[in-house]
Write a protein that binds this ligand. Structure first.
Ligand code: APR
Length: 293
């Protein structure tokens, strides 16, 4: 139910239009940003495209403060040209996990591991976010969006997403072998790490990446975020790796769950809305769906 007061172009003179817009925009900003209960008998005025709309505040609050939590994986960045892990020609078809993504592999041949991530880091510097990344950033205009990603690339942030939690670390950061929880930024101008590169304590630097068999320090904060979701969206992950894949189990019962993937992903649930598409097209369809609700 909404009442529309059209700002009649003919009647609008500079002041009126500006005043109404200003008042409306101020309320719009206040309602959306700072205060949630400026209302006229539970109705609020919002200005969209110079049209003042009076709408029950409950609609606005329901609509605007819906919390969307995204869980993304390697498929999110596939259309940017970054390989996934388990698809044909995925990274794990060309590299042995135990050699390049475990603490044991690093202990055995540190330069081999450093080179594996040096190469991925240099590749990251040559690619751009894809429309899927930009679509998620744009969702922040209408929803309260938080992204939990298994990806170590920075494409969500480069697309403008403001809240991104990295579960498995970040490629553009390093840490010392003695203190893996204290990251250092890696400059794009000097993207390579080598044996002998040390921090100020004289400890060898390693990629700030969570390797197989290592703890996932961000899992608890991630669970808290998933528990607060009104809508949960899974994009481009095969849900093969835990504890990330287990986050689905923390979605509050009855909250809608969407899954965007061009291939079939086993979830053992029949209440998930499947969008069988790549990230870019899938996020577009999802946005239309959520905004039309
Ligand atoms: N758009 C969306 N999804 C895609 C696309 C695309 N264009 N192309 C492929 N996919 C899907 C695949 O169908 C698959 O379901 O992306 C998923 C990629 O799965 P994985 O390669 O298993 O990657 P991910 O689930 O992110 O791996 C999880 O495993 O190797 C570790 O630490 C690494 O974070 C990684 C974790």
């Amino acid at each position: 139910m909404s009442f529309q007061i059209g700002v009649d172009k003919n009647q609008t003179d500079e002041n009126d239009g500006r005043n109404v817009s200003l008042l409306g925009t101020l309320l719009f900003k206040t309602v959306f940003r700072i205060e949630k209960n400026i209302n006229f008998a539970s109705l609020s005025i919002i200005i969209i495209d110079n049209t003042a709309i009076m709408i029950p505040q409950s609609h606005i609050l329901n609509y605007l403060t819906a919390k969307i939590v995204i869980l993304s994986g390697a498929g999110m960045s596939a259309e940017s040209g970054i390989s996934t892990f388990r698809d044909t020609n995925g990274l794990w078809n060309n590299y042995k996990i135990e050699e390049v993504a475990t603490p044991e592999g690093f202990a055995k041949n540190p330069q081999l591991v450093l080179d594996f991530y040096n190469q991925r880091r240099k590749e990251l510097l040559t690619v751009e976010p894809n429309p899927g990344h930009y679509g998620l950033a744009a969702l922040e205009k209408y929803f309260d969006v938080e992204i939990i990603t298994q990806n170590v690339d920075n494409l969500h942030e480069r697309a403008g997403s403001s809240r991104v939690l990295h579960l498995h670390g970040e490629l553009m950061k390093s840490c010392s072998v003695c203190n893996p929880n204290k990251p250092y930024d890696i400059s794009p101008a000097h993207p390579e790490l080598h044996v002998g590169d040390k921090d100020s304590h004289g400890d060898q630097l390693r990629p700030f990446i969570v390797w197989f068999g290592e703890a996932v320090p961000m899992i608890e904060p991630a669970i808290r975020i998933v528990e607060s979701a009104d809508i949960f969206v899974i994009i481009g992950t095969s849900l093969n790796v835990y504890p990330a894949a287990g986050l689905l189990n923390y979605v509050t019962k009855g909250q809608p769950v969407y899954l965007i993937d061009p291939n079939e992903v086993k979830t053992y649930r029949d209440d998930i809305h499947i969008i069988k598409a790549g990230a870019a097209e899938g996020v577009k369809q999802l946005t239309e769906l959520l905004r039309s609700q």
